[in-house]
Design a protein around this ligand. Sequence first.
Ligand SMILES: NC(=O)C1=CN([C@@H]2O[C@H](COP(=O)(O)OP(=O)(O)OC[C@H]3O[C@@H](n4cnc5c(N)ncnc54)[C@H](O)[C@@H]3O)[C@@H](O)[C@H]2O)C=CC1
Ligand SMILES: CC(=O)C(C)=O
Length: 261
Amino acid sequence: MARTENGKVALITGGGQGIGQAVAERLHADGFRVAIADLNLETAGRVAEKLGGKNGGAIALYVNVADRDSVFGAVDQAVAELGGFDVIINNAGIAPQSPLDEITTESIAKIFSINFNGVVWGIQAATKAFKALGHGGKIISAASQAGHEGNPGIALYSATKFAIRGLSQSAARDLAKYGITVNTYAPGIVKTPLMEELAQKTAALAGQPEEWGWEQFTQGIALERLSEASDVAGVVSFLSGPDSNYITGQSILVDGGMVFN
Ligand SMILES: NC(=O)C1=CN([C@@H]2O[C@H](COP(=O)(O)OP(=O)(O)OC[C@H]3O[C@@H](n4cnc5c(N)ncnc54)[C@H](O)[C@@H]3O)[C@@H](O)[C@H]2O)C=CC1
Ligand SMILES: CC(=O)C(C)=O
């Protein structure tokens, strides 16, 4: 079906691969002009080209979400190049293994600087842009099923994802008066480069083959299959569009039935 522009602009962090790429492609198909922002400008550029480049309503931007100025700069660039700003998807994240006895001050600082601080900067930068443009907007961030229930071996990661939900619930209350909604999506196990690395490292730490790592992460999925990135992108599409206008402060589990709450 031919794409019809909806007049709106979305910026997706970590849009160069995995879930972020699927979200960028889905929102573009929905009619958004999209800014694909990533630490890896090469992968982001490939996704933007696939979607037709600037004339086709897709640009690639460099962003390091751990750096506040970089996030504000990326939002400013999206406004300048795409002529508006309506939705931010704070998707970028990392998921290193974190056995409890190996957690250090440095490992805490590193993961929080990306997974948590990155969402704080995204909320601040998007809010500033929405206010300057004189309208509301939608702030949508990546949580995880591991941000609803602790998972073994990834305590720090789980902590960042619980923190994102707390941050987003408070922000939803603070920003409602400006017509800004704040929600999170909580994927289950999606076969992306992030999850492949995590499954490999989990298996290696236990001295088991990679398959064992996947089994650990897929146990207990009611629908008995791993998630496709497109499963998540469909829910982000809903959260980005008008059908979710009356939803704020929520975390939508997209996990095939891993966590029921
Ligand atoms: N894959 C999975 O099973 C799940 C993933 N998630 C979350 O979904 C989000 C996306 O995950 P995946 O697509 O699996 O990851 P991925 O590793 O495949 O892709 C992440 C993207 O973020 C970019 N990125 C990393 N650090 C960055 C930084 N500092 N600034 C800007 N960009 C940066 C990477 O270059 C990459 O393009 C993450 O927040 C992750 O925690 C949540 C639940 C499950
Ligand atoms: C990486 C992740 O979010 C998991 C295992 O839920």
